[in-house]
Write a protein that binds this ligand. Structure first.
Ligand code: GDP
Length: 420
């Protein structure tokens, strides 16, 4: 069950394995209420939970599973982020409030994620609230891919949904799939990069791959050409192969799509039905292939005594992290951290630069849906929960005592507005 579809085998992966930070994806799921954020999240956790042994990421740390009693205390439901593993990558799913009304929380969550999946309802298309969250993500420069969900619903249509994204949201939507069947008969997609069919048989758990159905061959070829043309227009240098030979390989096209996603010039659109477990594997492949890792995003900035400093996502650099959520659980006070640079170790003392006091790090936890792991340390790029910090508040900068700085709050061009 849940094997990778290879739909994006195209994108370079070898580097990811060598560099643990490059193998992290800090991901948010943005959606209008009811578009299917919860269902998509659950399906991702289910799918990655059933396959975590295959794709285990090497932490470089000793990992001890929690005992079942601790697991039962339900840390997951309080978690600001849940980690899962897909194709050798740590995917940290960061909870983003669905209501823009929780402005501070939305801003804090957008600040700690490096990329997002925007979920749309295939019948409703772009709705007012998805529009306002989208614009916030624009303002924070969060690269995105889109998932058009509920393709099984009566009246669902991918083309209409893509047209509404094109009409109402800024970056160009580029559909990389063609649905197979519609509404109740929606059974799979054609992957337009590799020109292969991915089908989810009724009652089956796993995706099956095969040739493009005869009836869709012409349509798929037309759409593939249109995709190449759109990419060539947005990213002229990337498809030289295309100009030379009038055909682009899947890896070249995927690399161009990755550049366009990371620069915010385009949004790759995938589709499926989370409810029916269709489309989640290619979505995860696309997250890994197109969205940036912490080492792909600009270094974070901060200040100390009036001087500006930069901290790159380097485990050897001085430690700096942002506490983005704090909550009380039966296990204790959990402080959720995005580590931007350096390494944080169990038992060490860190400096809360915002409050101006030292704190001692108790346990470091990686929260998963199926089990939680205790880590000896966490490195740049990672998102973990720490037990034992007594007073750090959400929004605080934690750093090495001998290299203090306060991470800059995100600058937004306009105030964060809430949309009814
Ligand atoms: P959220 O508010 O964005 O978290 O949305 P939920 O995941 O709670 O989904 C809202 C409703 O849509 C629920 O009743 C889901 O069962 C339903 N839903 C989610 N995904 C799909 C889908 O792919 N197809 C259909 N038909 N319904 C879905």
């Amino acid at each position: 069950a849940g094997r990778r579809t290879d739909a994006t085998a195209a994108a370079p992966r070898s580097a990811d394995r060598a560099d643990p930070t490059a193998a992290v994806r800090n991901l948010g799921i943005l959606a209008h209420v009811d578009a299917g954020k919860t269902t998509v999240t659950e399906r991702i956790l289910y799918l990655t939970g059933t396959t975590h042994k295959r794709g285990e990421v090497h932490d470089g740390t000793t990992v001890t599973d929690f005992d079942s009693q601790e697991r039962d205390r339900g840390i997951t439901i309080f978690a600001a982020a849940v980690s899962c593993t897909w194709d050798g990558h740590h995917v940290n799913l960061i909870d983003t409030p669905g209501h823009v009304d929780f402005a501070d929380e939305v801003v804090r969550s957008l600040r700690v994620l490096d990329g997002a999946v925007a979920v749309f309802d295939a019948v409703a298309g772009v709705e007012p609230q998805s529009e306002s969250v989208w614009r916030l993500a624009d303002r924070f420069g969060v690269p995105r891919i889109a998932f058009v969900n509920k393709l099984d619903r009566a009246g669902a249509d991918l083309d209409t949904a893509v047209a509404s994204i094109r009409a109402r949201l800024h970056p160009a939507p580029l559909a990389v799939q063609l649905p197979i069947g519609s509404e109740d008969g929606f059974t799979g997609v054609v992957d337009l990069l590799r020109m292969r069919a991915l089908v989810w048989p009724d009652g089956g758990d796993a995706v099956e791959e095969g040739p493009v159905p005869d009836a869709l061959r012409e349509e798929a070829a037309t759409r593939r050409r249109a995709l190449e043309e759109a990419v060539a227009e947005l990213h002229p240098g990337a498809l030289e192969e295309y100009c030379a030979r009038a055909s682009v390989s899947a890896p070249t096209l995927a690399a161009a799509l990755r550049d366009l996603t990371r620069s915010g010039e385009a949004v790759v659109v995938l589709c499926g039905s989370a409810y029916r477990n269709r489309g989640i594997e290619p979505l995860l492949d696309a997250v890994v292939a197109y969205l940036p890792s912490p080492s792909d995003v600009p270094a974070v900035r901060g200040t100390h005594d009036g001087s500006e400093q930069e901290r790159a996502a380097d485990p050897e650099a001085p430690f700096a992290a942002l506490a983005f959520k704090v909550n009380a659980t039966a296990t204790g006070r959990l402080t959720h951290l995005r580590v931007y640079s350096g390494t944080i170790r169990k038992g060490e003392t860190v400096w809360d630069a915002t409050a101006g006091r030292t704190e001692r790090v108790g346990r470091i936890l990686r929260v998963r849906a199926d089990r939680h792991a205790q880590l000896d340390r966490a490195v740049a790029g990672d998102i973990v929960a720490v037990v034992g910090l007594k007073s750090a508040r959400a929004g605080a900068t934690l750093c090495a005592p001998d290299a203090p700085l306060v991470l800059e709050p995100p600058t937004t061009a306009e105030p964060v507005v809430s949309v009814a």
